[in-house]
Design a protein around this ligand. Structure first.
Ligand code: ADP
Length: 610
């Protein structure tokens, strides 16, 4: 049993506890897992808005090139260059200022003192030195060959980390890196927004992928034909498109973009994605100050700088972000809590089921082991019980057969012993056979209406001589009138014989037995047969166990009393099959009292006798 318990603990209980512990631990990560799933979903939305914005800018860039080509198609490049500011603004609404600069550093347009164009004058003042490649400035640079960062430096709003030497993921264009090799020092630039998800998961994504580089305009142009340049002047983003025509590659045509108009064209991008996830999220396009230029649905409160997820638009619009906000952030933690609770309950239920199941298995195993042990005991008990009467029968019959016993009195006594021992054998064998029939549910009862009193009187009558020969005093207290029950008379007689035989076996010093029969009306009309003795009594705690199969409260070794442990089992089973029972109660003044209760037949007063 110890081995079984050990195997059970090691193979079932400990692994289930470990599994439960692991499951409970994984519960704690539920919110994180849910957030991760949501972030992947919404990151896709933010990415697609950012991609579309970048595509739209690229489309504008191509449109600008087409406009330049259209102007050059009709006039000489130098003529177009001189009046480019006016012409491009006339044909293309996105242009705020049109400029032309030669690769040698000569500015053709706009004119520095153009009348009525303070904007053009300011542009020249702010950008001349940079466009003529006389000065390196911090710019965000992009070309169709891929974005190239020269040397990220202190942005107007960047929180720089001077000691860091991390490589920018975009500083790997071979065409450009050689030209600007001296600007290889890079710095981390903080993003405008702090996405909740990227902050918790991948820390480095809290830094911007778009970093400014310090360069001259000539360096940026390199051998490319078009591109965008963005720079911050007085905290204001200046976005410029430039283009070199094959008609005159020495001239770089460019335009300062009108940001409000560009923003207008970008606003439409926010619609499509918001439609599909209506009610769940707000999709917004944030400018370089993290202010929304478009949002759908419009989110009144809240911190625009703390989106759920966000994606940077890129070098064309540095520090602009497409951001996704949860409209109902509590919903996520609520569903995580609900999921946690459900899974927690399920785990508890499963562990409980394993525990209870295991406990039931152990109980059953214990019962099976006890039964197996009892069966072994039973075989040795029965063999012993068979052997004792057989030995005396053989001994006395041999004595009689040899004719060595001549005394008539002795002969009769020997015959009596042989008869008694044969009866004992018959009882034992009957019990064993009946038990196996009951076990296989093959026992058939011949139920008739019979007088129980008569059956008891007859059984006691048959048993009395044997008891008295053994020195027993047997008293009977039986009523005069018959008491009817519906039952199998032989089976009922067998109960009485088993009880009397036990009274004899467990009698101890005081060889007294008593049989009482009473009719009772409470709670229902029933008849009680009591078999009482002044013997050893049943030890405390065994009052019910003695009715279990093979169970013996007084085992053969210590008490010297032979038995199979089946007599009371059979008695109870037969009584229960008749709607009654056999119970034990200690007798006042010492000894045992076994009570057979059977329901009285409805018309038990009739003068019927079987
Ligand atoms: P057994 O063949 O061992 O007598 P039983 O089923 O008849 O089997 O009885 C089961 C156990 O009940 C006995 O082993 C004994 O310990 C106890 N018992 C039965 N009858 C009596 C009695 N009259 N007095 C004391 N103990 C009894």
């Amino acid at each position: 049993m110890k081995k079984v318990a050990l195997v059970f603990v090691l193979a079932v209980f400990v692994p289930s506890l470990v599994l439960a512990w692991l499951a409970v631990r994984s519960l704690r990560d539920q919110q994180f897992v849910l957030e991760r799933q949501q972030s992947l979903l919404y990151q896709g939305v933010a990415d697609s808005v950012a991609r579309e914005a970048a595509n739209l800018i690229a489309e504008h860039q191509r449109e600008f090139a087409r406009q330049v080509e259209a102007l050059l198609a009709n006039d000489k490049p130098i003529d177009v260059a001189n009046s480019f500011d006016d012409r491009i603004r006339e044909h293309w609404l996105l242009a705020d200022v049109g400029f032309v600069v030669s690769l040698e550093g000569q500015v053709y347009s706009p004119l520095l003192f153009e009348r009525g164009r303070p904007q053009a004058r300011q542009f020249r003042l702010e950008n001349d030195r940079f466009l003529c490649s006389r000065e390196s400035v911090q710019v965000y640079w992009n070309s169709p060959k891929g974005p190239i960062n020269l040397s990220p430096a202190d942005d107007k709003k960047s929180e720089t980390d001077e000691g860091s030497s991390a490589q920018s993921p975009t500083a790997n264009s071979p065409a450009f890196s050689s030209a600007v090799g001296k600007y290889s020092k890079e710095q981390k630039v903080a993003r405008n927004v702090e996405p909740q998800q990227t902050q918790q998961t991948v820390d480095k994504q809290a830094y911007s992928k778009v970093a400014p580089s310090e360069a001259e305009f000539r360096q940026l142009v390199g051998d490319s034909t078009e591109g965008t340049v963005a720079r911050f002047l007085q905290n204001k983003l200046n976005l410029m498109f430039w283009y070199r025509s094959p008609r005159d590659p020495q001239l770089v045509f460019g335009a300062l973009i009108n940001l409000p108009r560009l923003t207008e064209s970008l606003q439409n991008l926010v619609k499509g994605d918001a439609e599909s996830l209506r009610g769940e999220i707000c999709v917004a396009l944030l400018d370089d100050n993290a202010r929304p230029v478009a949002a759908l649905p419009w989110k009144n409160q809240g911190n625009w700088k703390r989106p759920f997820v966000a994606t940077e638009i890129g070098e064309a619009l540095p520090h602009w972000e497409s951001a996704v906000y949860l409209l109902n952030p509590a919903k996520l933690s609520r569903s995580a809590a609900a999921l946690k609770l459900t899974l927690g309950l399920l785990i508890a239920l499963l562990v409980l089921a394993i525990g209870v199941g295991g406990w039931l298995i152990v109980l059953d195993l214990k019962r099976q082991l006890t039964l197996a042990r009892q069966k072994t005991d039973f075989v040795s008990n029965v063999s012993h019980e068979l052997k004792t009467p057989l030995t005396s029968i053989r001994m006395f019959s041999e004595l009689l057969a040899d004719g060595r016993v001549t005394d008539k009195e002795k002969q009769r006594s020997y015959f009596n012993i042989i008869t008694a021992e044969t009866a004992r054998l018959t009882r034992l064998i009957n019990n064993v056979l009946d038990f196996s029939r009951l076990e296989r549910s093959e026992k058939k009862y011949n139920i008739t209406k019979c007088d129980l009193l008569y059956a008891v009187r007859e059984t006691v009558g048959t048993y009395r001589p044997h008891l008295e020969a053994g020195g027993f005093k047997l008293e009977c207290d039986l009523p005069a009138s018959p008491l009817f029950v519906n039952g199998d008379r032989d089976a009922l007689a067998q109960i009485v014989v088993n009880l009397l035989s036990n009274a004899e076996k467990y009698s101890g010093e005081r060889k007294e037995a008593r049989v009482e029969v009473r009719q009772q009306s409470q709670p229902l009309a029933h008849i009680e047969v009591r078999v009482l003795d002044r013997g050893l009594g049943v030890p405390k705690g065994c009052e019910e166990k003695i009715f279990e199969q093979f169970y013996r409260a007084h085992d053969s070794l210590s008490s010297g009393i032979q038995g199979s442990g089946l007599g009371l089992t059979l008695a109870r089973q037969i009584a229960r099959a008749h709607g009654g029972d056999v119970t034990y109660e200690p007798r006042q003044g010492g000894g045992s009292c076994f009570v057979l209760r059977l329901p009285a037949s409805p018309n038990s007063t009739a003068n019927e006798r079987e």
